[in-house]
Design a protein around this ligand. Structure first.
Ligand code: 6SD
Length: 246
């Protein structure tokens, strides 16, 4: 997958792309991330990329011209991917959206800054606005990184077979069971005996029960979309009885 990120602060993204799994995926050619600086596209004398808002009000608004020219320079006739703008007004990014986007050959992520971008740039060159959550950031760069990270790990080969993406929260639909590693006892806290038993069926059942229990306690609305077998339903009934809701 080829991802183009348009920003006036490309240096904000570089460190995240130069470490750990994203670096490995880029080095292996599984994803390509091109950071495109919007500033050189400005036709103004001092390469300004923002100006005061018409109608008044606080802050600065990013100019349409450098953004539209930067996007058009990245998306010729050949561009077939999605052009996304990171914004708190957008559709909230979910694991399902990450799965959809991971099937694209190409993505373009436009990062605004300050009070936002001239609406005409969005109208002219953006397919969809996407929000990474209901809080306000200073710019779209962290959102772009969140999308790159969530999408990249779903691309075949990006995670090693030991790092599989199939088993965890939001793909199973349940919150993840607790994990432990060495030592077997730490500050008086022991690893649950069952995980040391070598009985793989029992371990799988214990993990499923812990995942169901955590999801029931913290995110009960997620349980509505979970397929449950007989053993799951018996465990859930016991949980509800313990909780006093019969
Ligand atoms: C104008 C931006 C771009 C400012 C943002 C996105 C989300 N989910 N919260 N905040 C954001 C994006 C804020 O520059």
């Amino acid at each position: 997958m080829r991802i183009k990120v348009l920003t006036i602060f490309p240096e904000m993204l570089r460190p995240m792309l130069e470490a750990s799994i994203l670096k490995r995926a880029i080095d292996a050619g599984l994803i390509e991330v091109e950071l495109v600086d919007i500033r050189p596209f400005s036709e103004l004398k001092h390469k300004n990329t923002d100006d005061y808002p018409f109608g008044g009000g606080p802050g600065m608004v990013m100019l349409a011209q450098p953004i539209v020219d930067a996007v058009e320079s990245c998306t010729g006739e050949a561009f077939r991917g999605k052009r996304l703008y990171l914004s708190p007004r957008g559709r909230t990014f979910t694991q399902k959206m990450a799965e959809e986007l991971s099937k694209e050959d190409e993505l373009l992520l436009l990062c605004g800054h300050y009070e936002g971008v001239d609406q005409r740039a969005i109208d002219l060159v953006i397919d969809e606005e996407v929000s990474i959550g209901d809080y306000v950031l200073t710019g779209g760069e962290l959102g772009a990184l969140v999308i790159i990270d969530a999408v990249a790990r779903l691309i075949p080969g990006v995670l090693g077979s030991d790092e599989s993406s199939e088993d965890e929260s939001f793909s199973s639909g349940l919150l993840e069971y607790p994990q432990y590693t060495r030592p077997r006892e730490y500050r008086g806290l022991a690893v649950p005996d069952i995980l040391l038993s070598g009985d793989h069926a029992k371990i799988a059942r214990w993990r499923r029960d812990r995942a169901l229990e955590l999801t029931y306690q913290r995110r009960p609305e997620l349980l509505e979309n979970i397929e449950m077998d007989k053993k799951d339903r018996i465990f859930m009934q016991a949980l509800r009885e313990r909780h006093g809701e019969a």
